[in-house]
Design a protein around this ligand. Structure first.
Ligand SMILES: *Cc1c(COP(=O)(O)O)cnc(C)c1O
Length: 320
């Protein structure tokens, strides 16, 4: 470990994460009216640039990459991927080169959206691929072709799957569950790949159940979560279920009603509400409370898994 200057790759303690993340009560009459206590698990405060579940999922992968001597991280995502942005930030903070494989070759000819512009500003090299190639992203032959096409040596590159969800990431998220043991009966979390839920449920053990809110349409996530738990723990772990009614039409769809709910929640509770995931979970949870889904006396913890996307890339802070 270096005592000053840029931390070495994999040296995450030098980034001084705020762990365990704060757990704070929230006064909200929409819950209190039904005898339900609401807590906010502030994973968004873990690190200003590597926030939320992205820290928990990336940390073990960054350590593994550094231990294997791999200096380049390559991963996959859509045009609005929080995971791509987190990987780009991790690369800048820890000294890894980063490559982002982006779904949609038509995007190459357009100006970058704010999320991808942030990735590029952090030094991420963006490779836009067509949807057919992107669908084959977990096939070794496709990955080999991508690496060769980009002029990268396979043994210098650490490949992280889409959304960052692999067995190591799921293990990283068990810590979230352990931090919440005994603190809540139900822990609510938004789900993309479900990797966070898979680890959360395992970490809670018998001390609470996890409630997932998928933000993608399709209802195929149960099997994906079982696969992730099998990869991480060789079998099912913890108690969890999914509530599929609150995807609002699919990923990155933020209708006015959801946006208004989120703005109101921000006003009530004084925190910035990320719209693609966190807002849908909070909306779903508030609706369930109104429906009387939680018996009086229940304590519910809502995991704030991230921060809102940037509107414009800011200059990375350079030293003198
Ligand atoms: C990526 C992300 C999620 C989804 O995490 P999964 O492990 O893929 O389910 C949830 N919330 C926020 C804010 C995210 O950025």
């Amino acid at each position: 470990m270096t005592s000053h200057g840029t931390p070495g790759p994999g040296d995450l303690t030098a980034l001084r994460p705020r762990l365990p993340s704060p757990l704070r009560p929230a006064e909200d009459e929409r819950f209190a009216r039904h005898g339900v206590r609401l807590l906010l698990k502030r994973d968004d405060l873990i690190h200003p640039e590597l926030a939320g579940n992205k820290w928990r999922k990336l940390a073990p992968n960054l350590r593994a990459a550094a231990e294997a001597g791999r200096r380049t991280l390559l991963t996959f995502g859509g045009a609005y991927s929080n995971h791509l942005r987190a990987t780009a930030a991790a690369g800048r903070l820890l000294g890894f080169a980063t490559v982002g494989v982006v779904r949609g070759d038509e995007l190459a000819a357009r100006p970058l959206n704010p999320s991808l512009a942030r990735c590029a500003a952090d030094g991420m090299r963006l490779l836009f691929v067509d949807r057919t190639a992107y669908r084959r992203r977990s096939e070794p032959a496709e990955v080999a072709a991508l690496l060769a096409g980009a002029g990268l040596e396979a043994d210098s590159v650490y490949v992280i799957p889409e959304g960052g969800s692999n067995a190591l990431a799921v293990h990283g998220c068990t810590e979230l569950g352990r931090e919440l043991r005994g603190a809540a009966d139900t822990v609510a979390v938004a789900c993309g790949t479900g990797g966070t839920l898979a680890g959360l449920a395992a970490g809670l053990g018998a001390d609470g159940r996890a409630l997932g809110f998928p933000v993608l349409r399709g209802g195929f996530l149960d099997a994906g979560i079982r696969d992730l738990q099998r990869a991480a723990f060789a079998g099912p772990a913890g108690e969890w279920r999914l509530e599929d009614r609150f995807h609002f039409g699919g990923f990155a769809r933020v209708p006015a009603e959801l946006d208004a709910f989120a703005a109101d929640f921000e006003e009530r509770h004084g925190l910035a509400v990320e719209r693609l995931y966190v807002a849908k979970m909070l909306y779903g949870l508030t609706t369930l409370a109104a429906e009387g889904a939680f018996p009086p006396g229940t304590t519910v913890a809502a995991v704030i898994t991230g921060t809102p996307e940037p509107t414009e890339p800011t200059e990375p802070a350079d030293g003198p």
